[in-house]
Ligand binder design. Structure first.
Ligand SMILES: *Cc1c(COP(=O)(O)O)cnc(C)c1O
Length: 361
């Protein structure tokens, strides 16, 4: 059946795909590692490769235990369910994934009430959080959970600083709330800052990383936390149909990514800066090179004739270069494993040509 939400019909030949870091295809070596995996029944705890993966990620994130899940979205859904009772509130940035991209799952699955916070580029302050939390009351939703997305995705891959995170966690502790780190791109923050994953993730009650983004595996994410929380997360995994069987095949791809695709995230960041430099001064777009911290470049296309959607469509249809729509009149380019510096140059030239054709040289 056709996808009636797909943005465009058939693309012309796709030359460079910068629409997301989810588009990577597993490499031949990753596929071999997957084909060789030792497997067992994961649902019974008997898949040795999955067991190896979750131990490794728990260590990496500075947590006691971890559970393998089919997606980052399921990590987030389960985290909301672990920390919130129906009617409880969770506090996150307005651009955070559960508010924009999970089909309302936090409310639909856990019955929780999202409280959006504003702030430049995906980051809110401890003071804003504190002011938004109601004092003890029979009227307000019970404030249960504080949520940090590292890196902040839709707004351009910005890294929260250690001080920003510490201040927000101090408020959550003082107000008796739990804390969750959406670490879909945590390892990009690690590459950008040099601060280890455990230093970022270990002070949250739950945290997770995704394997199907910059790490280049086809499927999977790992949610980590205390032994008790991960026991309960297993109950939710079962309830939601996220328990798998011989999923060591997938975990082997994730383990391969941890061994081979972490150090190279620096290349994605260099390519993102290269792209941003190339787009500076292009008529119709505004790009701030200094704002590019990781693998995401956001350009303001509010002045583009027809707006950002017209830009994204024309770039794809006329030049075979795919970008995506960001928030608030922006377009988003994401670098990844399947894009090199030469591809970035192709994309820059395409945008320059499109701009000259649309707005004049
Ligand atoms: C992609 C993403 C998710 C969801 O991960 P999936 O594996 O695609 O379900 C959650 N949070 C952020 C910030 C993401 O970018």
């Amino acid at each position: 059946m056709a996808n009636r939400y797909a943005p465009t019909g058939a693309l012309p030949k796709l030359r460079v795909d910068l629409c997301s870091d989810t588009v990577t295809r597993p490499s031949a070596a990753m596929r071999q590692a997957m084909a060789r995996a030792d497997v067992g029944d994961e649902q019974k705890g008997e898949d040795p490769t999955v067991n190896r993966l979750v131990e490794r990620v728990a260590d990496l994130l500075g947590q006691e235990a971890a559970v393998f899940l089919p997606s980052g979205t399921m990590c987030n859904q389960i985290a909301v369910a672990l920390h919130c009772r129906p009617g409880d509130a969770f506090y996150c940035h307005r651009s955070a994934h559960p508010l924009t991209s999970e089909a309302g799952g936090g409310s639909a699955v856990a019955g929780a009430h999202p409280h959006p916070l504003d702030g430049p580029r995906g980051v809110f302050t401890a003071e804003q959080l504190d002011a938004a939390i109601p004092s003890a009351s029979r009227y307000a939703p019970r404030p249960a959970l504080v949520w940090v997305e590292q890196t902040a995705n839709l707004v351009g891959g910005r890294c929260w600083s250690p001080e920003e995170v510490a201040a927000v966690l101090a408020v959550s502790h003082r107000r008796g709330m739990a804390s969750h780190l959406d670490g879909a791109r945590l390892l990009n923050a690690v590459a950008a800052t040099g601060r280890p994953a455990g230093a970022w993730a270990g002070s949250f009650d739950t945290s997770w990383i995704d394997f199907s983004k910059g790490l280049g595996a086809p499927v999977g994410a790992v949610l980590a936390g205390s032994n008790d929380l991960i026991d309960e997360a297993w109950r939710w995994k079962q309830r939601l149909g996220g328990s798998m069987r011989q999923s060591g095949i997938l975990a082997a791809g994730a383990l391969y990514a941890l061994d081979h695709h972490v150090a190279r995230l620096d290349d994605d960041h260099a390519n993102a800066r290269r792209l941003a430099h190339g787009l500076v001064g292009v008529a119709g777009l505004v790009v701030h090179v200094a704002a590019v911290e990781t693998n995401i470049v956001v350009a303001d296309a509010g002045e583009w004739p027809g707006g950002p959607a017209a830009f994204v469509a024309a770039l794809a249809v006329q030049h075979g270069v795919r970008a995506s729509l960001g928030v608030a009149g922006s377009v988003r380019f994401v670098t990844h494993l399947d894009v090199d510096a030469a591809d970035v140059d192709v994309a820059v030239n395409a945008v320059r040509q499109l701009s000259a054709a649309t707005l004049g040289p």
